[in-house]
Design a protein around this ligand. Structure first.
Ligand code: SAM
Length: 227
């Protein structure tokens, strides 16, 4: 249950030195490294699973701090070890990614301030097929309110699934929400991140191996439109 993992009481309590020691050394004798030192976590991979997206994004945005959020303890530990191993064998790389074990459906506002994030990822989330379980889906109108709060205007939310019904659900929630708008196709094609959605994660690779179809919805956080 949730009582088994610590939750920061506010974003100020998130210990960045634990996640990004090269950027935020706890030993004050060391100097801070690189541009990310001045910044905050900017990307969140929600339900990150085994962390393939973070690994792919790390070198694409070497000065951006990013975090995976994962509910399963063992999977989170695996991602931690994976990142430590990558750092050890590639000195100076993979210092900008980390993972936290948490329930993203409950604790997003504990981790991020208003307008902090520029990208949020929801890749191959659990489908929760039954009607009575739809409230457990990671995209819903209520949760989009929270995601809109922690995202900056202009920020991008990326969703992908191999479950057509869930894909339609995520798209329709985003279309209905007043703080998000669909990104035009040409822009999506030019975004280097989009290719990673179906190729970088373990689930995406599984779907690709099986020749499965995917459904993506990519939307931008927009300001509130006055009537
Ligand atoms: N995004 C990864 C990928 O594409 O390979 C993992 C996809 S997997 C089907 C869904 C992941 O979401 C699982 O690892 C699961 O433990 C995690 N998850 C489900 N509910 C969650 C929650 N409330 N908070 C954080 N993670 C959650």
């Amino acid at each position: 249950s949730d009582s088994h993992f610590p939750v920061p009481i506010s974003p100020d309590e998130v210990d960045l030195s634990q996640h990004y020691p090269r950027y935020f050394p706890s030993d004050e004798g060391e100097g801070r490294q690189g541009d990310a030192a001045a910044s905050r976590i900017r990307f969140a991979d929600v339900g990150c699973g085994f962390g393939g997206l973070l690994v792919g994004l790390s070198t694409l945005f070497p000065d951006t701090l990013m975090i995976g959020m994962e509910l399963r303890d063992k999977v989170t530990e695996y991602v931690k070890e994976r990142i430590l191993a990558l750092r050890a064998s590639n000195p100076g790389q993979y210092d900008n990614i980390s993972v936290v074990r948490t329930n993203s459906m409950k604790y997003i506002p504990n981790y991020f301030r208003k307008a902090q994030l520029s990208k949020m990822f929801f890749l191959f989330p659990d489908p929760h097929f039954k009607e009575k379980n739809h409230r457990r889906r990671v995209i819903s109108m209520q949760l989009l309110d929270e995601y809109a709060y922690v995202m900056e205007v202009g920020g991008i939310i990326y969703t992908i699934t191999d479950v057509e019904e869930l894909g339609e659900w995520m798209r329709s929630c985003l279309e209905k929400h007043p703080l998000f708008e669909a990104i035009p196709e040409e822009e999506i094609k030019a975004d280097p991140v989009v290719k990673l959605l179906s190729t970088a994660t373990e689930e995406g690779q599984k779907v690709a191996r099986n020749g499965g179809q995917t459904f993506q919805a990519i939307f931008r956080r927009i300001p509130l439109q006055e009537e």
